[in-house]
Design a protein around this ligand. Structure first.
Ligand code: MN3
Length: 199
């Protein structure tokens, strides 16, 4: 049985970038539903006590009648768990350490280029999904988007930073302006947490 993780901050901590109302719904309703539904799907199977990463890596090994439910809800659980962890109260001119800067520069040409690519990848995701920075098995960094609640873990990649571009993540604050949400979101990135995962 998975448990809804507590947020590492209060519901209003990300204001004004992300409102308390969005956080209450997003964590307390959306994420909670993913947890409940993946628990239901896995109940009574050999997978119910396995770490979610292990389950997502082995989706083809799951019984077919629960595979899609686990992909959607297990993916949702893993994706949101990371998302909460890599945010914190907003900072102006929010930047990573020099070590992270250098990594992003060598992989993507620069910090601004990196942010632009994450934003563009999120903007061009039609419908619901995520924009990701991932580490591949060979250690190389890559940026791409996934649909719905698909997780990079399903492809054997390690998600390092991900931004939720489902409308539930921004609509109450930004209406249909996904670009404004993505642009503001960089103020709440917890670069200390991102750096830990980059090592
Ligand atoms: Mn979400």
């Amino acid at each position: 049985m998975y448990k809804l993780p507590d947020l590492p901050y209060d519901y209003d901590a990300l204001e004004p970038v992300i409102s308390k109302k969005i956080m209450e719904l997003h964590h307390g309703k959306h994420h909670a539903a993913y947890v409940n539904n993946v628990n239901k799907a896995l109940a009574g199977t050999a997978f119910e006590d396995k770490p979610i990463e292990e389950v997502l890596k082995n989706l083809p090994g799951l019984p077919e009648n629960i595979r899609m439910a686990v992909q959607n809800n297990g993916g949702g659980h893993a994706n949101h768990t990371l998302f909460w962890q890599i945010m914190r109260a907003p900072r102006e001119n929010n930047q990573p350490s020099n070590a992270v800067m250098n990594k992003l520069k060598s992989s993507f040409g620069g910090f601004q280029e990196f942010k632009d690519k994450i934003n563009q990848t999120g903007m061009t995701r039609f419908g619901s999904g995520w924009s990701w920075l991932v580490k591949k098995a060979d250690g190389n960094l890559s940026i791409y988007s996934t649909a719905n609640q698909d997780s990079p873990i399903m492809d054997g990649h390690t998600p390092i930073l991900g931004v939720d571009v489902w409308e539930h993540a921004y609509y109450l604050d930004y209406l249909n302006d996904r670009a404004a949400y993505l642009s503001a979101w960089w103020q709440v990135v917890n670069w200390d947490e991102v750096e830990k995962m980059l090592r």
